[in-house]
Design a protein around this ligand. Structure first.
Ligand SMILES: [Zn+2]
Length: 217
């Protein structure tokens, strides 16, 4: 109801977000956030951050995972003036599985039939041990970043980039193998931001198409 600036219907998620009013839009952030289909706010031009990535944590480690895991991961992903905040949300559609390092990477979990390399931020999952670097690396893949030793990488596979976040122990040049780097180049940061926004927009299109199909059916 634009005349009074209120929704006539109760937000479908209002019971899950009791701390919010039942009738507000985009968590009351109408200036710097977009409504994600009545779900989570996805800020795009806000001062606080460019991207807020809500994740559900599946902790299979059998021990308390570090409370600072997500903020440390966010610090790694936020470079070159692009801010990506990873926050825990029990209702998020994207899942982070914290599992034993032995099954790390091998068991990248695919939900909704989507590949972990698709850069999808709406549904899906990554598997990571309890390490901000590993989690940031896997989320980097989700945000469209290839390994620096892949042909498609925009970052050259050279000694100067050995400490890049998207390097790994699988580097095809043995002397450049490393699993500890956290650096991102500007091209990677900007690419992640636009990748996430593109995926978001495509997701919106799919949701809108489904809505229209439901109307005609
Ligand atoms: Zn990787």
């Amino acid at each position: 109801m634009p005349d009074v600036g209120r929704f006539f219907n109760i937000d479908p998620l209002s019971e899950k977000y009791a701390y919010q009013s039942h009738y507000n839009f985009s968590e009351n952030r109408v200036v710097n956030a977009r409504e994600l289909e009545g779900l989570e706010a996805v800020p795009i031009n806000g001062n606080e951050c460019d991207i807020q990535w809500k994740v559900k944590i599946n902790n299979n480690l059998g021990a308390d995972y570090s409370k600072t895991l997500l903020s440390d991961t966010s610090k790694i992903l936020s470079q070159n003036g692009v801010t990506i905040n990873v926050v825990e949300d029990a209702n998020a559609t994207f899942t982070v599985n914290l599992e034993n390092p032995k099954v790390d990477l091998k068991n990248m979990q695919l939900i909704n039939g989507e590949s972990a390399m698709d850069g999808d931020t709406y549904g899906g999952a990554v598997t990571s041990k309890d390490s901000p670097r590993t989690l940031a690396h896997e989320l980097g893949h989700k945000a469209g970043q290839d390994h620096i030793f892949d042909d498609t990488s925009k970052v050259p596979n050279t000694a100067e980039n050995k400490d890049n976040l998207m390097n790994s122990g699988g580097n095809t040049n043995e002397s450049l193998q490393s699993t500890t780097g956290t650096k991102l180049q500007e091209v990677q940061s900007n690419d992640m931001k636009s990748h996430i926004n593109t995926v978001y927009q495509n997701t919106q299109k799919i949701i809108n198409n489904e809505k229209n199909n439901n109307k005609t059916n």
